[in-house]
Design a protein around this ligand. Sequence first.
Ligand code: ATP
Length: 430
Amino acid sequence: MNPASTCAIIREMEITNLASEIKKQLPAELVNFMQVAGKVAANQGQNLYLVGGVVRDLLLRRTNLDLDLVVEGNAIELAQQLAEINQGKITTYPQFNTAKLQWGKWSVDLATARSETYTKPGALPKVKPSSIESDLSRRDFTINTLAIYLSPSRYGELIDRYEGRNDLEHKLVRILHPKSFTDDATRIWRGLRYEQRLDFQLEQETLQLLKRDIPMLDAISGDRIRYELECILQEERPEQVIRRDEELGVLIKLHPSLKGNGWLAEKFDQARQLSSPNPPPVELYLALLAYHLTDVEIEQLTAYLRLSKSIAQILRDGASIKSKLQLLAYPELRRSHIYRLLQGYSQSAIIANSLATGSAIARRHMETFLRTLRYVKPALTGDDLIRMGITSGLQIKEVLNLLHEARLDGKVTTKQGEVELVKGWMGEVT
Ligand code: ATP
């Protein structure tokens, strides 16, 4: 969407009651679901609201089908009733008083309105059931505090306690109170993500407080930072967020050697072209982000973010392949040699290297491996070799390797060719 048109759209829209906007922008099934949910909640004497990102995006006319509902009452009980009506299935999270309801191709999150108190900076907050007012007051940015009544008597009415609509009009990301980043410094990462995603700006005081509170990121667990990084890497243009993170001195908190520069932007863009029409997997972006780190630095990042074994392995594979790039850039490389250099490495680590290398030959070799070589197998099996009279395990292994290599290098192309090769080998050893 053209960012310049944002203000005009918000002004022209019916701003106190958004019922017609909901109908216009959301699929009929979801609209119907919300109306029914509002009635069911009302019958139990509970108020139900549509909250957060979907309301923000409704006002911005950005597609968002992730419905977040908040009920002043009991979200799990309400979800159970709605699951019966919709013949859906629910997953409940009693410790958070929330539930996920899924039916057909739809999925909706329901939460019990809650208030939060922070006992110490960076720690997870203490939560207790509360009103919609308290629920909105615990949120990160004004543009995420917007809510819409779903109860039939006030269906579609906008709740805007923190002038979120005004900030949307002025394209500003603003915290709700000066202690916001101190309470929860993950909001630093979040704020920059929203700023770049929406093409907004951090409001002046928010920007000053964000810079002041960057050291508070030290109080946040690696797990929570990893989650924020994963969210960034799922954005449409993660490199823009990372560049901004670097500019403001936030990226350095992840690791001092990481860079959000033009090289990264170019490689992320190439990764998208390669993966199109799907977005690149997060681990490919991560392998590119960590590409210039040394082995030691990769271990530091892995430990800090508590990366899973498989993701950590991708980063290590990336570094290991990087150390073989000179060999891979050799023009006369036999296909079996390419295979030996690359076998066993994760796909994302190979792709990251093929995007990162300056050598067209190395890139071509990696592409050949991914496209064909990794799938090449001999037609004969160990059992076939036993039937042909080879009994020693070691010899079977040797012959299978020989066949594999011959297949890779195109020396044999048929099963019969393989049989001849084995017979020749048997003639030599006897
Ligand atoms: P989007 O990224 O489009 O906003 P979303 O609505 O799924 O997607 P979530 O990260 O799931 O975003 O957060 C849901 C809501 O919870 C946000 O709108 C925000 O108001 C609130 N929220 C999430 N994280 C925090 C936080 N660290 N501090 C305060 N509020 C938060």
